[in-house]
Design a protein around this ligand. Sequence first.
Ligand code: EPU
Length: 453
Amino acid sequence: MTALAASVVLCGRLSVRACLPYYCAVELFRVTGGTRLVGEVTVGGAKNSVLKLMAAALLAEGRTVLTNAPRILDVTIMSEVLRRLGCTVTIEGDAITIDTPAEPGTEADYDLVRRMRASINVLGPLLARRGEVRVAHPGGDAIGSRGLDYHIAGLKRMGADITSEHGFVIARAERLHGATIWLDFPSVGATENLLMAAVLAKGTTVIDNAAREPEIVDICAMLTEMGARIYGAGTSTLEIEGVDALSPVTHRTVPDRIVTGTWAFAAAITRGDVTVRNSEPSHLEIALDELTTAGADVELFGPCEGFRVRMDDRPRAVDVVTLPYPGYATDLLPMAIALAAVADGPSMITENVFDARFMFTNEMVRLGADVRTDGHHAVVRGKEWLSGAPVRATDIRAGVGLVMAGLRAEGVTEVADVFHIDRGYPGFIEQMRSLGAEIERVTVPDDTMALDF
Ligand code: EPU
């Protein structure tokens, strides 16, 4: 009998790892629950802004510099997208320098788009600049179906000829023209793509029911500095008068309101006391209001100065409804579930943006949370303590929500697939530790190849 067969007979379990000279490793966060987070953190630039600002650099030949940029995995991926389009990208400290050639490339392949959906943001600028573009269709992901129909319908109204072939969206237009576009839903990505196409189109474009997120206002600010004519930034009607050419600029990225909100929830969940610096509390009004309703003491320090959240007792249950900005952000839904899971009483959490955002709650249940979902509602009955267990991050925000829940769980919680968290939270472990969390990053062999008989 071979050694391999013997191991099958003996253990009833064959680990492929045991028979291969090389095997993969996974990184996880090991969290020991029970600590109150106390101290001060500083927030960097917004992931969901900087990635679009990087795409906007394609609109002008020459050197664009983005400051207050977060050091996250998604910036590395977007840098690679731009390099493959012929740009030179260097990152030093919190500054990204992008040198865009006169004629950037026109194709973003699946290899990169599947790793980061925001790669789709090159569609609008490249079509405007080059008159043609091939971008791999990103497909859906762990939070929902995430269509592209609004992007495509809007660009078609501006005169683009768009087909879908072999997994690529292929768009062509000699010169886009202005159009009136009504979005069925205020999609962030569609607003950005249409905006970046419209700035170089001939004539005036009106985007109605446009997204109003601070990241949209940020990109409008940068485009305006570049010479674009945009009216109505931050409202649901954007009017854009196309110009012939734009110039590159240096621009400071808006602070990350989702990272900011995450720290605010972390304070409340752990009954801690956290001051968040370099953040804009007015971008989080509803979320901070929910925390006040839950019993937290929220002290605001003024524009861009940040705020302090202190929670002394067990949080009270709160009902949360996600909506496009200025509503409660869907990206803070996992944090609301983590808070509700340890709050006093039942909470109703309603998701109105993505169709599968509750998928991760199965992992919360592994931590002992009492969460029941029905369509786009979840009822969460809070418990004093959760119970540490191994769980898996399915996306950035779910991963962080699980870490937050682990902070209020007895024993040890291991959150696997933390590359998701690396995509959006710079220096996450260091910041958590500076607030007193017992958390470490550990590398373990990947057991997912193990076969059970
Ligand atoms: N939608 C369509 N058709 C479209 C476009 C969108 O049906 O053509 C639907 C989507 O399926 C979804 C809803 O509209 O149900 C909202 O999608 P939206 O386009 O607004 O989202 P996005 O641009 O794909 C950005 C952020 C998300 C954030 C949402 C909502 C980036 C890179 N991503 O996504 O951030 O949740 O806006 O605020 O900016 C995250 O950072 O973890 C994240 C998921």
